[in-house]
Design a protein around this ligand. Sequence first.
Ligand code: BG6
Length: 475
Amino acid sequence: MPKGFLWGSASAAYQIEGAYNEGGKGMSNWDEFVKIPGKTYKETTGEIAVDHYHRFKEDVALMAEMGLKTYRFSISWPRVFPNGRGEVNPEGIQFYEELIDECIKYGIEPMVTLYHWDLPQALQEEYGGWESPKIIDDYVHYATYLFKRFKGKVNYWITINEQNIFTNFGWMTAMHPPGKFNQEKLFYQVNHHVFLAHAKAVVAFKEIIPDGKIGASFAYSPSYGLDCRPMNAMAKLDFDNLKNYWWLDVYAYGRYPKTAYRYLEKKGVAPTVTAEDAALLKEAASLVDFMGVNYYQTTVVEYNPMDGVTPFAEMNTSGKKGTGQVTGEPGVYKNPSNPYLETTDWDWTIDPAGLRYACKEITSRYDLPIVISENGLGAFDEKTTDNAIHDDYRIAYLNAHVYELMRAVEEGSDVWAYCTWSFTDLLSWLNGYQKRYGFVYVDRDEEGGSLDRYKKDSYYWYQEVIRTNGASIEE
Ligand code: BG6
């Protein structure tokens, strides 16, 4: 990889910190949502998570020993502003200051995500959170405070994590807070508010830290058309406009894809865009430094008849292979499985070449540098009696993805960073603690555990990848 390449790992506050009611933290939407029976796997919560709040020094020391170049983590908005705005919580901000200082002490570049889904519950109750345009200024106030506070310490910032996922789960499938079902018009309006919050924060950022780097992280599932039947080719085009470019184009071009907007307008669900909004989105797009990409899998696209499948179906949250179902938009597209690819136990396709495809498409469509802000394998891991974890399947998965990423770089993509998901094991929002992603095993399950940390085989493997700057990656 090019000199100075940022080999990293990523996490999110709610999934690792725990200490949900300590240090003056306010409640988040997730603290409340997990109390609803049936919403999470075996009713798991992040109340303790993997206790990173109390063990961050141990965790950062493990990162340093591995040689990690960057650590991407998120800041919990309600830990910093318990009511969403107003007075800052000194203990909350001090925690992040210490975490950042600890990274810097070891030469690890902190990469901060401003919003990884834990919204102050106070704002949810006051005006419906993202449903109201009032959130834009509250988000910008929160972001601006952090820019000023950590200027000179944090160079890399991510405004929003996977806007496409949290809004879909929040307002379409009811699987994330606020748990609304099939509210399509609201879904697009909420997204518009998020775009404006992102855009306003980017503009503010460039005034405060002109030489810093900022972008959003998108959950990008590149699509493959099922075959060359024109109806399937058209379905792929429509899928891309509705499910990928709807977000990517706004971040990079500052505008919605026209044909998708027209389709949604006809359906009566398009968001209202004022001239002022359009100008702000354009301005921010001209200022973003990179496209953040969370890459896990690709999608197949086929035409879906009017009486075909809907966006609503059972999701595999148990790790029992084959329990996921096909979804789609009636009259437009559906996403059947890919017979050429293996899947994980949670039915996610394993497609290393898809990562190269994603990079190349972003490069040719947007010509922006790329930060791979997440990539990893969720798997059942087993700790042996001598405390080893032989996760050769994870090594194979990551090796193949990095190999393809290196090819994307060779083929012209400007990639700055590669963050695996995740460094330690952590809470999977809907899949409990049994779906593990880390290089470091955390001794806990759905019921609890000692929370002790153990290095997996993949820990040593990544250490070598970083040490050789990618030369140890096998073809
Ligand atoms: C991304 C999120 O969607 O994928 C992470 O940004 C998440 O927060 C990760 O944990 C893996 O998803 P899951 O559902 O397997 O935990």
